[in-house]
Design a protein around this ligand. Structure first.
Ligand code: Z5A
Length: 210
């Protein structure tokens, strides 16, 4: 099973990824958790380039291709081998992040993004994608609480950019059945419960995985 988490920054993805990992471990399942960009030696190096605030000259095409390169390596080095061994793979972000951030956010042509996304992921489509949805105002509130942490190159983007990313995600979720949209302002426990219920439905074959 391949599960991905999406949403704008500070929506609570990482928190839910960790809880879901514990859930599977308690059930005796082997689970591999990864994050994007990153997850392999090469992909982590690309991550450093992408998030470094010194790289303010980076063009949006370069940015998208670097995210795609990082993903292409992760898919072939980690995700495909794990899925072949029947290991549950949970990814904190995947190709939908590129569609939302570089496509809807930056304004790159979505049809071009789709072509390169498909090439990078080699038809490895998530079985289920949880979109944890929060408003840009909620994102800013949570960001302010973590004012001691230096923001990275993408985190310093404008509110208008984040608004476009959020709307892009909601549009994607409306178009693809694998998405489950969850209101991210609910409690951490409540969100976790919704995620477990949804995964249980798929495992029982009660809902279509695609
Ligand atoms: N990016 C891209 O542009 N294109 C791509 O293709 C890909 C990525 C793959 C990666 O940053 C950046 O790259 C990201 C998108 C872009 N950019 N931005 N900006 P990252 O990996 O460093 O960070 P992130 O993915 O954006 O996640 P994050 O900042 O770590 O946040 P999160 O995982 O969504 O949330 P969290 O850490 O679980 O929680 C955030 C805070 O909210 C924390 O204090 C929690 O305690 C709190 N929280 C969590 N849940 C709740 C609830 N339910 N209520 C209240 N508070 C909560």
């Amino acid at each position: 099973m391949f599960i991905t988490f999406e949403g704008i920054d500070f929506c609570g993805k990482s928190t839910q990824v960790e809880l879901l990992q514990k859930f599977f471990i308690n059930k005796g399942r082997e689970v591999k958790v990864i994050r994007e960009p990153g997850g392999t030696l090469i992909s982590e190096r690309i991550r450093d380039i992408l998030l470094d605030r010194k790289n303010s000259e980076m063009k949006m095409e370069t940015e998208f291709l670097l995210f795609s390169s990082s993903r292409a390596q992760l898919v072939r080095e980690i995700i495909i081998p794990a899925l072949e061994k029947n290991i549950v793979v949970i990814s904190d972000r995947f190709h939908d992040s590129s569609t939302a951030y570089q496509g809807f956010g930056r304004g790159l042509d979505i049809s071009k993004i789709n072509v390169i996304n498909s090439f990078a992921i080699s038809n490895v489509i998530p079985d289920i994608t949880f979109l944890i949805d929060i408003s840009v105002e909620e994102c800013l509130k949570r960001k302010a609480l973590r004012s001691n942490i230096e923001l990275d190159r993408i985190e310093i983007s404008s509110n208008t950019f984040y608004q476009k990313v959020r709307e892009g995600y909601l549009k994607l979720a409306n178009e693809e059945k694998r998405f489950v949209v969850i209101n991210g302002t609910q409690s951490i426990e409540k969100i976790h419960k919704i995620i477990i219920e949804r995964i249980s439905l798929i495992k029982k074959g009660l809902i279509d995985e695609n």
